[in-house]
Design a protein around this ligand. Structure first.
Ligand SMILES: NC(=O)c1ccc[n+]([C@@H]2O[C@H](COP(=O)([O-])OP(=O)(O)OC[C@H]3O[C@@H](n4cnc5c(N)ncnc54)[C@H](OP(=O)(O)O)[C@@H]3O)[C@@H](O)[C@H]2O)c1
Length: 331
């Protein structure tokens, strides 16, 4: 095509600007690709690293909170399989006795203790028992797993104060007190692993509408873990926040009606196997143990926040109207 003198002149004038624009866009593109490639590389590298012997590295006992169901119970089985003695903590003594007997029958060579502690009630006696046990035995691992959420998807203004105060107490206040209760013994022994169970709701997505308080308490656990990781790694205590996305447990069934495991929703047992492997690898402050969750998290980072916000809100609203049609959509 013939170029008129005026157009040619325009092209010549635009050229340096276009070059700079192109260079800036290329640099930005390269930085984004490099950032994601590095995190994928680190993820792969960490999965290939040698596993630590948990008993030798941390101690011969592990304490698991919320050990009577779901992820906590499955983690207790995984740890027992590796020869760790267990302190099981939960709110119901009957369920604790049952789970303890079940694990003892399967792994007769380990020792078990139980501590009844309702995180939403008076916690002083239970915390005292945890403190005592962490001095009496070689407590190497804490799995800080108890966590509760809303009974259904709710706008913030609908959540009764008693409900959100209970979530804050269980997920945030008492979970922090449990860490405090075991830390002194670990510092004395100069070794230990503290594993806080976070949630994708507080980390993998920019927001988790209709579960705001739950998501916020999990974001707290994430940041607390990162800070404690930096504070205590030189003492030999490894603090890690593990981030599950959906896992087929009672909690998930109650809020989503998903009851069957699938590719992206592992069973508690499959999830726990991956979770314990992350303690054995144990180099990251925050990790997403299950591979399919990790993949979802990585992919979510390429999606604009506004789209993820809208998607999460629509999922919450849909669940609310199908599972609880009596609560009409408000806006
Ligand atoms: N499942 C998921 O999709 C998912 C996703 C992300 C994060 N998480 C997190 O993973 C953790 C475990 O969840 P899960 O799905 O395994 O839950 P779950 O099936 O409901 O089990 C929770 C465990 O905590 C105990 N518990 C509940 N309230 C308690 C209280 N007030 N005091 C003491 N113990 C209490 C339960 O005891 P009972 O046996 O008496 O009920 C049970 O042992 C939670 O922190 C949760 O936020 C779960």
């Amino acid at each position: 095509m013939a170029v008129t003198p005026i157009a040619a002149e325009c092209n010549i004038r635009l050229w340096p600007t276009q070059t700079w624009l192109l260079m800036i866009i290329s640099c930005l593109g390269f930085t984004v690709i490099a950032k994601h490639s590095i995190s994928v590389g680190v993820w792969l590298f960490n999965r290939m690293r040698a596993e630590k012997d948990l008993v030798k590295n941390y101690g011969s006992w592990a304490l698991v909170t919320g050990a009577t169901d779901g992820i906590g119970k499955a983690l207790a089985h995984q740890l027992a399989q590796r020869g760790l003695n267990l302190v099981l903590v939960s709110r119901s003594s009957d369920k604790l006795e049952t789970v303890s007997a079940e694990i003892q029958a399967k792994f007769p060579n380990i020792c078990l203790k139980i501590i009844e502690l309702d995180f939403s009630g008076d916690v002083s006696a239970g915390l005292r028992q945890i403190k005592e046990v962490s001095h009496d035995v070689d407590l190497g691992i804490l799995i800080n797993n108890v966590g509760i959420t809303y009974p259904r998807a709710m706008f913030f203004h609908e959540v009764e104060e008693s409900v959100w105060m209970k979530i804050v107490k269980v997920n945030l206040e008492v979970s922090t007190l449990v860490i405090k209760a075991v830390l002194a013994g670990m510092i004395e022994r100069k070794r230990g692993a503290i594993v806080n169970i976070g949630s994708g709701a507080g980390m993998a997505v920019p927001s988790h509408p209709l579960y705001a308080i739950y998501a916020a308490t999990k974001a707290y656990l994430n940041q607390l873990s990162r800070c404690l990781y930096a504070e205590y790694k030189h003492v030999g205590i490894h603090v890690q926040c593990q981030v599950p996305l959906y896992v087929a447990t009672k909690m998930l069934r109650e809020i989503t009606s998903i009851s069957r495991a699938s590719l992206f929703v592992p069973s508690a047992e499959d999830y726990a196997e991956a979770a314990v492997r992350q303690i054995e690898i144990g180099y990251e402050a925050v990790c997403c143990p299950y591979w399919a969750h990790s993949l979802q998290w990585q992919l979510a980072q390429f999606v604009p926040h506004s789209l993820l916000d809208a998607w999460r809100l629509s999922v919450g609203l849909r669940r609310r109207s199908t599972l609880h049609p009596q609560f009409k959509i408000l806006f």
